[in-house]
Write a protein of this length. Structure first.
Length: 275
């Protein structure tokens, strides 16, 4: 007699656009793992109760997306070091009766940059645009790769400076306003703002981009191309959307849940073709 597959899902609001069910279905087929994965549109006021109810009813793991990543910190019984650094949780995993909160965004970005795109971070100059939760989730994994310096640029300089100070014990990090980014080209520019989703571009000085600069936008999709197109027009070495990061962070979630890390090349190719 066959048993029911283990239950997983993604909590968000709104969340109908999520690609996670497609990604994890491909991972399950590739690894032979028997899972079911569903979308749950959960209003913020209901998040904690619904999340605890999901696990009480036998659920094994959840992906957490906007706007619930901060609230998920309090739902977890324990946090991994990277979730604690990020002060945000994007993955909940039930392990031996303990609900573990993790954040796989940073490792997902690093794997896409280093493994898929072949970029080196050690000794490089990095510029991160935006000082919100997305940046907070990326800083520790990036700084662990020993870049020469990391500059966080934000419309509100004080917010960038505060975020840099919170991670200063990990490495050389500076927080500035966009006007103080400087005219020396960076090796890597990461757009961690949501500007591309509205067709806008952060006010980055053109001198920050050189022929060797690689630009990476965490946003992805047919309509989220403003930053990539701007970077290409500015003469950068390459410009990429965050689709690879999406797949890689999902693969890390899958590893936490099932103990096996799926290959990602076929999933990334399928999504690129679809989007």
């Amino acid at each position: 007699m066959s048993s029911e597959p283990d239950r997983y899902g993604v909590f968000g609001h709104p969340v109908a656009h999520s690609l996670s069910p497609f990604i994890h279905a491909m991972f399950a087929r590739e690894t032979g793992e028997a899972i079911s994965y569903q979308i749950y549109d959960v209003a913020p006021a209901e998040f904690a109760e619904r999340a605890r109810g999901f696990f009480a009813a036998g659920g094994r793991g959840l992906n957490i997306t906007l706007p619930h990543k901060i609230a998920a910190v309090d739902v977890a019984h324990e946090l991994t070091a990277r979730a604690a650094h990020a002060a945000a949780v994007n993955t909940l995993a039930l392990q031996g009766g303990v609900l573990v909160g993790d954040n796989t965004d940073g490792v997902g970005l690093v794997r896409d940059l280093c493994d898929n795109l072949g970029l080196g971070i050690r000794g490089r100059r990095l510029l991160i645009l935006g000082a919100g939760g997305a940046t907070r989730g990326l800083l520790a994994p990036l700084v662990e790769l020993a870049p020469a310096t990391v500059v966080i640029a934000n419309r509100t300089p004080e917010r960038a400076a505060a975020l840099a100070a919170a991670f200063a014990h990990l490495g050389t990090i500076q927080g500035v306003g966009f006007a103080c980014v400087g005219d020396t080209p960076y090796d890597l520019i990461i757009n961690a703002t949501s500007a591309s989703l509205a067709g806008a571009i952060p006010p980055v000085p053109l001198g920050a981009i050189g022929r060797h600069t690689v630009c990476y936008d965490l946003a992805y999709g047919r309509s989220a191309t403003a930053f990539v197109k701007w970077a290409e027009r500015s003469g950068c070495a390459g410009a990429f959307q965050g689709l690879g990061m999406l797949v890689e962070q999902a693969a890390e979630s899958f590893r936490l849940w099932r103990g096996v890390r799926p290959a990602t090349a076929s999933v990334r190719a399928a999504l690129r073709e679809a989007i």
